[in-house]
Design a protein around this ligand. Structure first.
Ligand SMILES: NC(=O)c1ccc[n+]([C@@H]2O[C@H](COP(=O)([O-])OP(=O)(O)OC[C@H]3O[C@@H](n4cnc5c(N)ncnc54)[C@H](O)[C@@H]3O)[C@@H](O)[C@H]2O)c1
Length: 353
């Protein structure tokens, strides 16, 4: 089996994460890095990497097979294209580009040069996502009619480039790209037909600091995705409802539960419950003997982030299709663009994505 060598452009938080994850878990060795900040280059050298005086010098190194682009979003297109022109396979951080037109340019460059690229959509391997899909795939909830996917916090947008539109800032491009990708992959090949979105600007004018997005597919459940940075209390990471049961996974610890009708029994109990808000039959809690609870044990679910790079090595050997294909990223990009349009026009955007 071949060994491959990679270099990272942009040795910030994600660049450093890549050095550990790629080299330790795959047969791709990260050997070099380039960053415009001298301190980051110093850090790369401390981490045992070769540094280069310029990006062009990195690309001229014949030892390097793969370039990992981990710079702010506005540099992805030019740096990925430069790398492909130099014959280096590209792993581009998400969001792959800032628009579908830019992504088309990147795809055209790949076709022209005959050099491939993939996108680091690592959250397809997140434990909470896999646990949720497992319960749905096993039919524990019956026919799913509603999915809610959320990540919320209260710390605002991180300092730096994420606060500026010119750099591709904002939470739609930062987090939306992951959560939309998860849902599009789960529902595939069903197409998205309707999108409604409200962007939040709670503390930031220039870039969205969160959003609430409704997505409808030609088949299947309605999906609500929410990202928030001004939410002092978080709603569950996943809340999924089917005709036979519901699932909740509160957070990334991934300890959750499924509550489902025992023996597929979804019948009424002719009982009125008297609550502080008056009597109700409809909203009364169910009797224990009519439901079963299945625990989702976080200890059983572990993300395998190395899988993305093992697949890449297999792909470069000629033995595997890419796990993350540019066409898939294009669907996500188009959903995000439709979401921006929906917010701008305060209307539902009809589409076929
Ligand atoms: N997949 C994920 O889960 C995930 C998580 C975090 C960030 N990201 C992505 O990774 C990328 C970087 O994010 P980050 O959080 O590491 O940001 P960061 O600010 O920590 O790091 C970016 C680095 O790029 C350097 N840089 C800026 N312009 C450059 C240029 N023209 N050439 C070379 N270096 C340059 C900066 O000096 C900095 O060191 C973004 O695209 C982001 O969306 C992905």
């Amino acid at each position: 089996m071949n060994q491959y060598k990679a270099a990272i452009v942009g040795y910030g938080n994600m660049g450093r994460w890549h050095r550990l994850n790629i080299s330790e878990k795959t047969r791709i060795l990260v050997t070099g890095a380039y960053d415009i900040e001298p301190q980051r280059m110093e850090k790369a050298r401390e981490d045992g990497l070769k540094t280069y005086p310029s990006y062009e010098a990195l690309l001229a190194d014949d030892e390097i097979d793969i370039v990992v682009v981990a710079t702010p979003n506005n540099f992805h297109l030019p740096q990925a294209c430069q790398a492909m022109e130099a014959g280096k396979f590209v792993v581009c951080e998400k969001p792959v580009t800032m628009s579908s037109a830019e992504l088309q340019e990147m795809m055209d460059c790949s076709k022209r040069t005959g050099v491939g690229f993939t996108i680091h959509q690592n959250r397809r391997a997140d434990a909470d996502y896999l646990a949720m899909r497992d319960a749905v795939d096993k039919g524990l909830l019956g026919s799913v009619f509603q999915i809610e996917s959320r990540v919320t916090g209260s710390r605002g947008i991180p300092e730096g480039w994420r606060q500026y539109a010119v750099a591709g800032g904002g939470m739609m491009l930062d987090w939306g790209v992951h959560l939309i990708d998860q849902i599009v992959m789960m529902m595939s090949p069903a197409k998205v037909t309707d999108i409604y979105c409200e962007l939040y600007h709670v503390n930031y004018k220039e870039c969205d600091d969160g959003f609430k997005l409704m997505m409808y597919f030609e088949t299947g459940p309605s999906v609500m995705i929410e990202v928030g940075t001004s939410h002092f209390i978080s709603a569950p990471r996943w809340y999924v409802c089917g005709d036979l049961g519901a699932l909740v996974i509160p957070n990334w610890d991934c300890n959750g539960k499924v509550i489902r009708a025992a023996n597929h029994e979804v019948r009424w109990e002719e009982e009125i419950i008297y609550t502080k808000a008056g009597p109700t039959k409809t909203m009364a809690p169910r009797a224990k003997n009519t439901i079963e609870e299945i625990a989702i044990d976080g200890n059983q679910w572990h993300p395998d982030y190395g899988g993305f790079f093992r697949n890449l090595a297999d792909h470069l050997d000629g033995n595997a299709e890419l796990l993350v294909k540019p066409e898939e990223a294009m669907r996500v990009m188009r959903v995000m663009e439709a979401a921006f349009e929906s917010h701008r026009t305060r209307s539902v955007v009809k589409c076929s994505i």
